[in-house]
Design a protein around this ligand. Structure first.
Ligand SMILES: Cc1ncc(CN)c(N)n1
Length: 232
């Protein structure tokens, strides 16, 4: 069995929990409260800004120019396609510049992005891709599951359309093939570490729905903590 099939199998229980999470189900049905989606859009814009940087670390850690170019292209796609989609959502949802300026990442968004940076800075390209692959692949599987849903809310239709698109599928397939090729060439210890990154990111993907559904906040109102994460 390929490395990605193995880790996908190990992660299946937590992926199933994401598929059945009320945020995902209600988005497909069109019953998701827009307050929750609005919160998600703001946290996800923060997440994607850091995700693009992690993709760029992958570009820098690639050992051949063709892979550097592809990873840089992926980072650019995150900025031009996904983040610009969020800009459209922000306009449609009436998210103001003041709200954006006062934005503070929630504990889960902060922890998930910190995990990706850690995997990326401490490891090689295989570590980078293992940590970011659930982000691609889980959303694509969710897009596939929801693609025949016709939520009355156009914003939700647009979200589903993005992640079930051929464009997104081709990015996912490219990263799966890349990770399998790397996994064949590295040591067993490397593969074990890559598996851990993949499983931790899978957990955080689930936690991200929870965070948005519960409108997570920091437990303490300490301004210095909030100022720190705000600036980072
Ligand atoms: C948290 C999260 N994970 C994945 C994706 C899809 N790139 C996203 N937009 N946000």
């Amino acid at each position: 069995m390929s490395f990605t099939k193995e880790v996908r199998k190990k992660a299946d229980p937590i992926w199933q929990a994401s598929f059945h999470h009320p945020f995902v189900k209600e988005l497909g049905e069109g019953t998701l409260d827009l307050t929750r989606f609005r919160y998600y859009v703001m946290q996800d814009a923060y997440y994607l800004r850091h995700f693009a940087r992690v993709q760029a670390i992958g570009a820098a850690k690639s050992t051949d120019l063709a892979t550097t170019a592809r990873l840089a292209h992926h980072a650019q796609s995150t900025c031009e396609a996904e983040l610009s989609l969020h800009e459209t959502f922000a306009e449609l949802l009436g998210i103001t510049e003041e709200e954006k300026a006062a934005f503070i990442p929630a504990p889960t968004a902060y922890a998930y992005t910190s995990h990706m940076y850690r995997a990326a800075y401490e490891g090689h390209l295989g570590d980078v891709i293992a940590a970011i692959l659930p982000c691609y692949w889980l959303y694509y599987e969710i897009g596939e599951r929801l693609k025949d849903c016709k939520p009355a809310e156009p914003i939700y239709q647009k979200w589903i359309g993005t992640y079930s698109s051929d464009w997104f599928r081709s990015l996912v397939e490219e990263q799966i093939a890349r990770l399998d090729a790397i996994a064949e060439a590295v040591t067993e210890a490397d593969r074990k570490r890559m598996e851990q990154h993949f499983l931790i990111s899978s957990e955080y993907e689930y936690e991200f729905w929870e965070m948005a559904y519960r409108l997570e906040t920091w437990p303490s109102a300490r301004k210095e903590i909030q100022a720190y994460v705000h600036n980072n």
